[in-house]
Design a protein. Sequence first.
Length: 401
Amino acid sequence: MNKKEAYSLALILLFFLLFNPFVALIFSVLLPIKDPKYKIIFSIFFSISFALLFSSREFGVEFYGTQSTDDAANYISIFKSYPNRTYLDLFQFFLEKPSGGEFGYHFFYKTISLFVSNEYFIVWINHFIYFFILSYIVNRLSENKQSLLLLGYFFIFPISLYNIGHIWRQQFAVLLFYLGIFFYYETNHKKLGKYLIYSIFLVHLSSFFYIFIFIIFEFFRRNNNITKYKIILLIVFFVVIEKVFFETVVLILTYFDLNKLLMYAEGFSADKSQFFILLPIYIFIVLLFLRFESGSVIYLFFLAYILVCLTLPIAIPTLNSVYDRYINFSIPLIGLFFAKRIVYYKNKYIFICGFIIILLVGFYRLGGELNKGVGIISYIGNGSVSDPFLGIVKLIVLYLI
């Protein structure tokens, strides 16, 4: 037993108990842990802490005015209905309304409802599961810098917190997809990985797109010995296929005069000009990561996955009602990859500079939203997310009183 690591773990756990989860996570970056058992304990406390923070909030809010409602309120309402619905009811609901009635998602939470009746606890369990899956994967992919990778994921693109905070069904599907990819490429549990990947559409129908990415990537990998350079060809292939498919669907709908369905092809009316300015920058950064990637298959897959999502607007620029979600769930991985590159060089000066950059970006972006009273950051922790002492202990006390 490594006593130094045991002391480090004890300090980290103490920080999660007493201090704000974000403060504790920042502090834990300075105390690396290698032991697999200790890393699991870290994941548990990390997940408990952040789940409590995200559970302690008002529901049914508008995060950015009328531009964004709170899906979590709808999911809580659905949870309350489970005692009056059988598993057969849920399956029939899925057949009647596949989108929104996905049987896998409702089966999972219906089962939880058999043991938990308090809506606060279902919200907590929901967030605990999400944070634990994420930290478990990062733990296994990082030797001892899992905290920095998590910080990069949350701070560089705070949309990651927004996704976890209220887009529950699709977030669950995305994390199960990541877990399936991890099992398939990094463990001997390839069958389990495949089962997870091919069943995520039962959690959210949009996940068919992720399954398609996996199938095409695997086809290229098995038949072409996929490399970082061949991934560029793969991305071009996706852009062409998406463009042809979309235009074909539009032609068919036009031919049959299905104007109601054609409305969806027009996307939302939101101004996307700022996004299209940033899009080439995001793509360039990911291409840089690809250029310097050492060749690990799982990392090559995730880079290909990010690029496929980022290039969707190139193939179908009007359909932001679809590509927005795919991009919002993929770009937090850019922050994780940034942190990964910092760790890769094993240079303390690069590490310190990278760590500071992540903190500055996080404080600028999250602090800006907090000052304006918008975004998920302004609502979690009972509106007191800036309290440095908002640890596990205080969050539990506030709930009890």
